[in-house]
Design a binder for this molecule. Sequence first.
Ligand code: IPE
Ligand code: IPE
Ligand code: MG
Length: 248
Amino acid sequence: MQSNLSPKLGDTPDARLHVGIIMDGNGRWATRRGMSRLRGHEAGVEAIRRVVEAAPGQGVGALTLYAFSSDNWRRPKTEVSALMALLRFYLANEVEALVRNGVRLTVIGRRDRIPEGIAHAIARAEAATAAGSALHLRIAIDYSARDAILNAATRAAGIVDLTRERLAELITGEKNLRDVDLIIRTSGEKRLSDFLLWEGAYAELHFTERMWPEFEAQDLAEALGAFHRRERRFGGLQAIAPEEVPSL
Ligand code: IPE
Ligand code: IPE
Ligand code: MG
């Protein structure tokens, strides 16, 4: 069977897999244990650390984590504030470890509605980690895939001969970001909840009952193992690597 990895594996970060994770189930994990939902979110941060550490060794070059959706503003104010405080804490305290591990961090989503302190923490973390090449970690905060597409479409309005590649750049904010190969969602829910709708056009989907705070390096390995056993066809009749998809 042909490998789902690019033949260029190891040459550049772009040639390695792009995995997206919808980190779901923090609240249920905590309430089932008689704890507050906030404790679930705190345990979720530990799971982020585990996965970020394990990802480069499992052939992952880009990892996009869904941390806070634009629809999550609908949650009670207390939970939103707690989540924002936690994100700020993560961004401020993780930079050193990210730099040490060669992780480049970028944050996707709107910046104009989050607290100023977080916006600053994001800018500092992005600048401090800019040279990292072991893993491109993308954290989605106040993110909506449909808004990302809408904003890109607005910016693209005057462009003559707009191509998919150019529109993709406007949507993702990156040149040559690989389409997402695999989207994992924890907690048994089977929906995309407005995550990576453009980038995930041909993504394989992996749903697990595991709650996000329980997610371990081994779970990532299992999801990737299942991914490698699948046959990706991109509309054709034979398994092909994403790089070999002929443009229409
Ligand atoms: C995911 O866990 C984290 C965020 C959406 C911020 P949830 O908070 O959605 O947990 P459940 O789905 O209520 O269990
Ligand atoms: C999606 O989870 C967003 C994040 C994981 C950050 P939700 O828990 O908000 O999604 P729905 O509401 O169940 O679709
Ligand atoms: Mg949820």
